[in-house]
Design a protein around this ligand. Structure first.
Ligand code: LLP
Length: 438
């Protein structure tokens, strides 16, 4: 889907922009987004659904990477939007994202956030638990606004992914449990409420999923309950949201399916299950995050210090690390990288890429084959578009990098690099320390 290539100078080019020039212009570390890649992926999702002739929505899971520019792009691409905090919602509203296409998630939305969403006219609230439902009913009533609600349920499906990013199993903090009857109780509670419109059900089984079976299984599990709810409560959803989690390629071991290979089986499963109980297939919603932006992002670092431990390892340190990409430290995620300014040279050296934080665990890549490099060379780490900037921190008082969008040879800064003064923006001196002499 992407547009990167090695140009005649032997340098990595993304979206027609030379990464060495981008580094020169904006400094490093730098997140570079290939906008065409995002466009192509959104199109591919749409094409996969169009081939199925079902009603659908593809909602961008904005937790993967959110900012005004990204929300503008998502809007232009006709995507819906999944937000999971007041902050994401605020950013979306400021980006003038159509509020009726925003879905609000989270296992502990606050009453203030719910009120903000209801007042803004949110597309739907994905209700997660009874506490929230009770608040929401009160707010909807007080505001005299009919609120669309999807019930998030945990279908009891394991996604075969890292345990921190697996969410569909029964023992999960998210959603209403199916087996104990919680979900049914939630439907009973809201079905005839004057200001709640129970639009459908939602499940999300996890992330970085490489097989379609998990989604099919989730659909089947959900339908076992839908059959019962239809019989016992006369309820059948208009919307079935099967969540996100479509895997992407971080390294050579990852083999994501073509997008249609996820969509076709899940829609078929829904269609078959619906037919069994004499119903039409509901609108199918999905909410990919990383599959839309993950591979579109590349982080450019400058290589700084080098440490050779004879017969053991060469550490190359870069000017970023776990503060701009926590995924290796948090999930043992494996990335690949190239020497961006010497991308045409033979890879004849084995190195390990260290971040610059004061933690031994701040390693970005272990055992990477690179051309012989020197201080000042540029390292481009691929597939950092999702949960990179989004999970960036100021640990060690590092500054969050800038973000640049590139397309057709043009580049544009969409998030400025933080400055030292930004670090102190919310700080106050303590008044009870002795004044400095002089
Ligand atoms: N929908 C819901 C309800 C979710 O909780 C998530 C991710 C998504 C959609 C999007 O998942 P995706 O398509 O991006 O895999 N920080 C972790 C991932 C945590 C994901 C949390 N929820 C990582 O860096 O892998």
């Amino acid at each position: 889907y992407g547009t990167s290539k090695i140009n005649e100078q032997g340098r990595l080019e993304i979206g027609g922009a030379d990464t060495s020039e981008l580094a020169q212009t904006y400094g490093t570390p730098l997140y570079v987004y290939d906008v065409k890649d995002i466009r192509n992926r959104a199109e591919a999702f749409k094409k996969a659904f169009d081939a199925e002739s079902v009603d659908y929505q593809v909602a961008y899971a904005s937790k993967a990477f959110s900012c005004l520019a990204m929300f503008q792009l998502a809007d232009e691409l006709g995507l819906s939007l999944d937000v999971c905090s007041g902050g994401e919602l605020y950013t979306a509203l400021e980006a003038e994202f159509p509020v009726e296409r925003i879905h609000f998630h989270g296992n502990n939305k606050t009453p203030d956030e719910l009120e903000m969403a209801v007042r803004a006219g949110i597309g739907c609230i994905v209700a997660d638990n009874f506490t929230e439902l009770t608040w929401l009913m009160g707010i909807a009533e007080a505001e005299k606004k009919i609120v669309n609600v999807l019930l998030r349920i945990t279908p009891g499906v394991e996604a075969h992914t890292h345990e921190y990013i697996s969410t569909g199993q029964e023992d999960s903090k998210f959603g209403f449990d199916l087996n104990s009857g919680q979900a049914k109780k939630a439907i009973e509670l809201t079905l005839n409420h004057d200001y709640i419109h129970l639009q459908g059900v939602h499940s999300h089984i996890g992330s970085q999923i490489f097989r379609s079976e998990g989604f099919e299984q989730a659909v089947k599990e959900i339908y076992r309950s839908l059959a019962v709810w239809k019989d016992e409560l006369g309820y059948y959803p208009e919307v079935l949201n099967v969540g996100g989690g479509f895997g992407i390629r971080y390294n050579k071991h990852d083999e994501p399916l073509p997008l249609e290979s996820y969509i076709e089986p899940m829609v078929t499963a829904a269609r078959e299950e619906a037919a069994k109980i004499g119903e039409n297939v509901p609108e199918i919603w999905i909410e990919p995050g990383r599959a839309l932006v993950g591979e579109a992002g590349t982080t450019i670092y400058t290589i700084g210090s080098r440490k050779d431990i004879p017969h053991l390892r060469t550490y190359l340190s870069v000017d970023g690390g776990m503060t701009d990409n926590i995924r290796p430290a948090l999930y043992q995620a494996e990335y690949e990288a190239v020497l961006a300014n010497k991308a045409d040279r033979a890879c004849d050296e084995l190195v390990s890429i260290a971040g610059r934080c004061c933690e031994s665990g701040d390693m970005l890549i272990w055992d990477l084959q690179l051309p012989k490099s020197e201080t000042g060379d540029l390292l481009a780490v691929a597939s950092t578009g999702a949960y990179g900037y989004a999970m960036a921190s100021n640990y060690n008082r590092m500054l969050r990098p800038a973000v640049v969008f590139v397309e057709n040879g043009e580049h544009e800064c969409v998030i400025e690099r933080e400055s030292y003064t930004d670090l102190l923006r919310n700080e106050h001196r303590y008044s009870k320390t002795a004044p400095k002499a002089g």
